[in-house]
Design a protein around this ligand. Sequence first.
Ligand code: URA
Length: 188
Amino acid sequence: MSDLASLAAEASACTRCSLAESRTQVVFGMGNPDADLVLVGEGPGAEEDRQGLPFVGRSGQLLDRLVREEMGLTREHCYVMNAVKCRPPGNRDPRPDELAACRPWFDAQLAAIRPRVVVTLGNVATRAVLGTTEGITRLRGRTFPLDDAVVIPTFHPAAVLRGGGQAMAQMRADLVRAKLALAGAPTA
Ligand code: URA
């Protein structure tokens, strides 16, 4: 078993926080275990909890489309995961204690995949990954170091679905920035 597959097997029985009590299953992540690009969302919704896969609803369709159009990549090229691996009941935001309990899984995933670029989607994922309280509108458009990778924050696709044209254009620009970072160009 690959590192990532054995981690996923271990995580499937996780009880590190109380989300374990209400989840249907752990949504560990999906995609290429050798990906240079990792996309990080907030947490599974109802459909993700049912299917066991991240970003399978409308947000995920938009995410797939924008990554394909701006970066020329599909889920076979990248790895998609969430800051918390279990669905928060009623789709509430994950709590700080839940994010902290799940962080070792995120760190282990990154250590196994060793991506070059991590795109964080929205406030919750970006704050959790960068350990900041700043909001996404101030954080996006910038590039942050994380071990051997760079973090490129952008909007959550659900916010783009709600927010319309300007948010969409900004998310597209952030994905172009991620593409440049993958190509080794300076993006700061
Ligand atoms: N929103 C997220 O942040 N993650 C998912 O997997 C689905 C919707």
